[in-house]
Structure formats: structure tokens, C-alpha cells
Design a protein around this ligand. Structure first.
Ligand SMILES: NC(=O)c1ccc[n+]([C@@H]2O[C@H](COP(=O)([O-])OP(=O)(O)OC[C@H]3O[C@@H](n4cnc5c(N)ncnc54)[C@H](O)[C@@H]3O)[C@@H](O)[C@H]2O)c1
Ligand SMILES: CC(C)[C@H](C(=O)O)[C@@H](O)C(=O)O
Ligand SMILES: [Mg+2]
Length: 360
């Protein structure tokens, strides 16, 4: 029998529980088909944890995550908690868990499925061949710098501070070079070095490390230009490495190349194989509880977990092939459906993917 792998499962808020339920079906079927053994433990996190436990990240949730081999996360947040003080916001819990688990590297692959080219708002010929990976720094920058409110010359002011040190930049840039080396060997380093000091430091570090990776071609690109080029020539990008906030924004933009943010999976990693796997999208309060959410991003996050944490390449490939097969057969949730009247529900999509894995 295969070694037991422990997975902490955090459903969260909004559509989080709906998409995680489909991902758990996928975990179950891979146990049956491939003989892997998973022990899942559910934990409270985000808005629901604020309601039930008075904090977005209860200590025992962190303990459950720490004692697991990997974490599967849905999404957190929602209007109910939007006016809470900072410590009582679901998003503060999300930043807290990333920091506490040392997950500084957020990998967000954006691959355009051929059959979904008409689901995007971009022209199919522009999307042709798009297969890129955003490597987003996840535990530094303006998200984690000092924040304050104060009285200034013109009344109340707010301050967010962006700080990066060389170590933080080096470790993420090294990972990006290594990932690029295993792909098409092109690295776009995205910054705002014409304005920001942190970006100038970022660029210096990239230039310092580049000679160690002579087979990888490096392009420095300013973030505003990158946002534009992503829509103009998406297929020319291979790996994009960037700081925390630029990566957040550019990855949502990249999602639209694939047709929907409901398609984009992510892996948050540290130095080793331990990781937290979650869709790039949020809790989508506008569609929560209606069976409209696309579960593919979360299901593909399970594939990333299998590949990156457990080394279960066979099961990862089976999940990806099953997703492609179901999409090729024309099944669509409403976010990727051209004809919305034929759209299927969250659970129907999950069941079709499970059936395709079982059949393979
Ligand atoms: N990692 C996370 O937990 C995470 C990520 C992003 C946003 N959030 C939080 O989620 C809440 C909502 O944020 P938002 O509306 O800006 O972003 P969002 O990603 O939740 O939704 C943006 C749009 O995309 C749609 N969408 C998202 N996921 C989808 C899916 N799987 N299938 C179909 N459509 C989908 C939504 O319906 C919405 O129209 C906020 O509280 C925000 O802080 C959490
Ligand atoms: C909810 C928010 C804090 C989070 C982020 O900005 O990192 C989200 O947008 C993401 O992309 O995971
Ligand atoms: Mg985001």
C-alpha cells in the first residue's frame, strides 16, 4: 500500500466549499484508481472562522496545516467581513497563513486549452500557443510592509510600505530561473524600475544571478508594458517573475487569456516540496451558493499538489487529461460557456471529470 499522505483541507467562504467539494471527489477517485492513500483533515479559516472562532486563522488550523504534507484551500472573504478591522478580515488570515508556512513562491500557470479559445474575450489567433507561468513573490513587498494611518498636513493619511531585501528577491528569482530552465528557457522579470527603489534592487538581483543560468534568456519589462504585452503577444511569454502585488494583478489578467479565472490553479511553495494549493480566484460572492462556480481551477490545483508535493505524476497527468477531455467534449460551466443556456453546474463538471479519470 502507498504511504499515507496528510492533506489539510480548508474550504473557506463563498464558492470555496463548492469547489473544494469537487476537488475532494477527485482526491477520492485517484485513491481508487492509483492506490494512493490520503488522510484529509478539515480546518476552519477565513470569514467562517471569524464567525465561529473570532479569528480568521485559528491556532489549530495552522497546526493542522503544519502537520499535513500539503494544504488544499478554496477561497476566503466576502462582503460580510469587508468593513471589519484589519485583524478580523479573512484576507489577513490568508496573508498570515502564507507567511507562517513560509510560502514565498506562488506559481500560477496559465495555459490556453485549444477548445476554449472562443471562451476568452481575446481573438483566438492571439491566444494560439499561450502557455505561461507567473512566479509571484508571496510573502514580501507592499502586502507585508508597515501600514499606518496618521494626521498629515491635509488631514488623515494612510501609508503602505513596500520593502524587499536581497535574500527575498534572490530566492524567488532563483526558483523562476530554475522553472524557466525546465520550460522554454525564457524569463521575463517584471518591475517598475523606472520609479521604484524596490524594483531597482529586484533588477540588480536578476542581473547578478543571470550568468548562473546562461541557457535562460532574460527580458526586463516594466509592469505597465507587461500588462499591455500580455494581451498583445501572450504566447511569447514563458515564465514571468515578479513581486507580490504586480503578480497578483498580472495573474488575474493572465486568467482571462484562458477564458476565465475559474480555470487558473496555483501552488504556493517554500524551499521544499510542502505546499498550499488553491485556485487563483476568490470567494466570488456574486455567484456563491448557486452551483455556478467552475471547479476546474481547484481540481487543477490538486494536480499541481500531486506533481509538486507528492511526485504523483501519473495522477497529476490523469487529472489534467480528464479536464481536457471533458472540455473537448464541449462541457462548460457558465463562465466559459459561449451558449450560457447549455452550461452545466459545479457538481456536474466535477462528476464529469471524476468519470473521465475513472475511465482512463
Ligand atoms: N485566495 C483567495 O482566497 C482570494 C483570492 C481573490 C479574492 N479573494 C476574496 O474574494 C472576495 C471576492 O473578490 P473578487 O470578487 O474581487 O474576486 P473573485 O475572484 O472572487 O471574483 C471575480 C469574478 O470572477 C468570478 N469568478 C471567480 N471564481 C470563479 C469560478 N470558480 N467560476 C466562475 N466564476 C468565477 C466571480 O463570479 C466574479 O465575477 C473578496 O473578499 C476577496 O478579498 C480571495
Ligand atoms: C485575497 C487577497 C489577499 C489575495 C492576494 O492579493 O494575494 C488574492 O487576490 C490572491 O490572488 O490570492
Ligand atoms: Mg488575486
Amino acid at each position: 500500500m502507498s504511504e499515507v499522505k496528510k492533506i489539510a483541507v480548508i474550504a473557506g467562504d463563498g464558492i470555496g466549499p463548492e469547489v473544494v467539494a469537487e476537488a475532494e471527489k477527485v482526491l477520492k477517485v485517484t485513491e481508487e484508481i492509483f492506490g494512493y492513500v490520503f488522510e484529509t483533515e478539515h480546518a476552519l479559516f477565513g470569514g467562517i472562522a471569524i464567525d465561529e472562532r473570532g479569528t480568521p486563522l485559528p491556532k489549530d488550523t495552522l497546526e493542522i496545516c503544519r502537520s499535513a504534507d500539503a494544504v488544499l484551500l478554496g477561497a476566503v472573504g466576502g462582503p460580510k467581513w469587508d468593513n471589519n478591522p484589519k485583524e478580523l478580515r479573512p484576507e489577513t488570515g490568508l496573508l498570515g497563513i502564507r507567511k507562517a508556512l513560509g510560502l514565498f513562491s506562488n506559481l500560477r500557470p496559465a495555459v490556453v486549452f485549444d477548445c476554449l479559445k472562443d471562451a476568452s474575450t481575446l481573438k483566438p489567433e492571439v491566444l494560439e500557443g499561450t502557455d505561461l507561468m507567473v512566479v509571484r513573490e508571496l510573502t514580501g513587498g507592499i502586502y507585508f510592509g508597515e501600514k499606518l494611518r496618521r494626521q498629515g498636513e491635509f488631514g488623515e493619511e494612510a501609508v503602505d510600505t513596500c520593502v524587499y531585501n536581497v535574500m527575498e528577491v534572490e530566492r524567488i528569482v532563483r526558483q523562476a530561473f530554475e522553472i524557466a530552465g525546465k520550460r522554454r528557457k525564457k524569463l521575463a522579470s517584471v518591475d517598475k524600475a523606472n520609479v521604484l527603489e524596490t524594483s531597482r534592487l529586484w533588477r540588480e538581483v536578476v542581473n547578478k544571478l543571470a550568468p548562473e543560468y546562461p541557457d535562460v534568456e532574460v527580458e526586463h519589462i516594466l509592469v505597465d508594458n507587461c500588462a499591455m504585452q500580455l494581451l498583445r503577444r501572450p504566447s511569447s511569454f514563458d515564465v514571468i517573475v515578479t513581486e507580490n502585488m504586480f503578480g497578483d494583478i498580472l495573474s488575474d489578467e493572465a486568467a482571462m487569456l484562458t477564458g476565465s479565472i475559474g480555470m487558473l490553479a496555483s501552488a504556493s511553495m517554500g524551499e521544499g516540496s510542502y505546499g498550499l494549493f488553491e485556485p487563483v480566484h476568490g470567494s466570488a460572492p456574486d455567484i456563491a451558493g448557486q452551483g455556478l462556480a467552475n471547479p476546474i481551477a481547484t481540481i487543477l490545483s490538486v494536480a499541481l499538489m500531486f506533481r509538486m508535493t507528492f511526485g504523483y505524476e501519473d495522477a497529476a497527468a490523469a487529472i489534467e487529461a480528464a479536464v481536457a477531455e471533458v472540455l473537448d467534449a464541449g462541457h462548460r460551466t457558465s463562465d466559459i460557456a459561449v451558449d450560457k443556456s447549455k452550461a452545466i453546474s459545479t457538481t456536474e463538471m466535477g462528476d464529469l471529470i471524476v468519470a473521465a479519470i475513472r475511465k482512463a
